[in-house]
Design a protein around this ligand. Structure first.
Ligand code: GDP
Ligand code: IMO
Ligand code: MG
Length: 427
């Protein structure tokens, strides 16, 4: 079966966009299956940087159909502003399709996301404030508005009217916020409706038929395992399932149709927003990683928290996703450190664990057990074979592979599309 999956194996921002773009030139379809424009996926080709939020990172390959699947939450205004920005740069986007079953992020979701974060104060999650959580919450409360509702204007208006009165009550009475005007919102959607209608498809049918006809389909995960609603550091997570299993529920594809499952692993750790982070470096080393790695949010611009590689976190992603391969990124950023530390387990009250505990209170007491490696000083960004890498760097990479018992198919050494050491045939 030719279903390929790319997922994040840490807290997001591992370089999924780069890997998807690289594989994207060999596939017939690139499909987003969860999340929304909370994602920020960077693609760099010949020095030109493109950041995708809602559009699949295969967008630069005009031959691959780009599908926004049923499990995604879609802000149609963001969709068109992204498309317009890309088309201005000469990238034609007539190969984008949107699932009829995807839920719409409405302006009130965004306002509620902001108001809830504000009210939570020091207990805030540190969301991207793009309305992701409130939109998924409405989906599960069964009051969401879906893309297919835009096809029948009367249905859309009725749903909008019902839901908006409820949401306005919540905004005003609970949070003391500004209510929305129904007519105004209706007009906003009327303005984009004619543009989105021709893009709407039954994505489940389209993707399944493509797979049945032996086309190559690449499923692009957003966020990552540690931000998963079920397995992440709850409540400091996103509201979807960014795992390989999320492909099945988010698209309506059988697990039997998935082939290779590639987990993207950054050679160190980063996290944006609040939540536990055992190997975090709140010192000059952390700051230097941030500067060298350009660790600022691709969506919000927030500085990313940085720390040493946490292998129990990665191992959990290996297990839950059933990773067949690891794509290791940003190893070039680690050049120049005398010693490198890799967390191999957690010491919680004197007992050693190699899994992430469910309780945040337990996790807060976890102390990292480190294996220490000698560093290297060489700039490795133009290295293209494993043998050319400094010996200490090779050792660091092989240790990750051994710990995870998973093949590393690719070592990325620069943001550029071609800045890679390929260890295993990709597609
Ligand atoms: P994503 O959300 O997983 O797609 O990752 P982001 O795009 O948010 O963050 C990854 C950042 O690292 C981007 O700025 C990429 O251009 C950059 N990047 C990806 N791979 C490499 C690499 O191997 N080396 C370096 N130095 N940068 C990389
Ligand atoms: P990509 O796809 C890193 C984080 C937010 C916050 C939490 C919940 O680029 O890897 P949300 O807006 O989803 O309700 O925020 O999840 N978060 C991400 N962190 N990369 C992402 O996406 C993220 N998407 C959400 O910072 O902590
Ligand atoms: Mg990102």
């Amino acid at each position: 079966m030719a279903g390929y999956v790319v997922v994040g194996a840490q807290w997001g921002d591992e370089g999924k966009g780069k890997v998807v773009d690289l594989l994207g030139s060999h596939v017939d379809m690139v499909v987003r299956f969860q999340g929304g424009n909370n994602a920020g996926h960077t693609v760099v080709v010949n020095g030109r940087k493109t950041v995708l939020h809602l559009l699949p990172s295969g967008i630069l390959n005009h031959d691959a159909l780009c599908v926004i699947g049923p499990g995604v939450v879609v802000n149609p205004f963001v969709l068109f502003s992204e498309i317009d920005a890309l088309e201005k740069q000469g990238c034609i986007c007539d190969h984008v399709r949107v699932s009829d079953r995807a839920h719409l992020i409405m302006p009130y979701h965004i306002r509620l996301d902001e108001l809830m974060e504000q009210r939570a104060g020091k207990n805030k999650i540190g969301t991207t404030k793009n309305g992701i959580g409130p939109c998924y919450a409405d989906k599960y409360t069964r009051i969401g508005i879906r893309v297919c509702d835009l096809r029948d204007w009367d249905v859309f208006c009725e749903k909008l009217s019902d839901t908006l009165s409820l949401k306005n009550e919540e905004i005003v009475k609970i949070y003391g916020g500004e209510p929305f005007d129904y007519e105004e919102m209706k007009e906003q959607f009327a303005a984009i409706r004619t543009r989105i209608l021709p893009m709407i498809i039954d994505a489940t049918d389209k993707v399944n038929k493509a797979l049945d006809q032996d086309q190559t389909v690449l499923f692009e995960g957003a966020q990552a395992n540690m931000l998963d609603i079920n397995y992440g550091t709850y409540p400091y997570v996103t509201s979807s399932s960014p795992t390989a299993a999320g492909v099945c529920t988010g698209i309506g594809v059988s697990p039997r149709k998935l082939g290779r499952i590639i987990g993207v692993v950054k050679a160190y750790s980063t996290r944006v927003g609040e939540g536990p982070f055992v190997t975090e470096l709140l010192n000059e080393t952390g700051e230097s990683m941030r500067e060298k790695g350009g660790e600022y949010g691709a969506t919000t611009g927030r500085p990313r928290r940085c720390g040493w590689l946490d292998l129990p976190v990665v191992k959990q992603a290996v297990t839950i996703n059933g990773l067949t391969d690891i794509a290791l990124t940003k190893i070039d950023v680690l050049s120049g450190y005398e010693k490198l530390y890799v967390c191999t387990g957690y010491d919680i009250d004197g007992k050693i664990y190699d899994t992430v505990p469910a309780s945040l209170k337990d996790y807060a007491r976890a102390k990292a057990v480190y294996k220490v490696f000698d560093g290297w000083n060489e700039d490795i960004s133009s290295v293209r074979t494993f043998a050319e890498l400094p010996k200490n760097c090779q050792e660091y990479i092989r240790f990750i592979e051994d710990y995870c018992k998973t093949d590393i198919c690719l070592v990325s050494v620069s943001p550029e599309r071609n800045g890679n050491i390929i260890l295993k045939e990709l597609i």
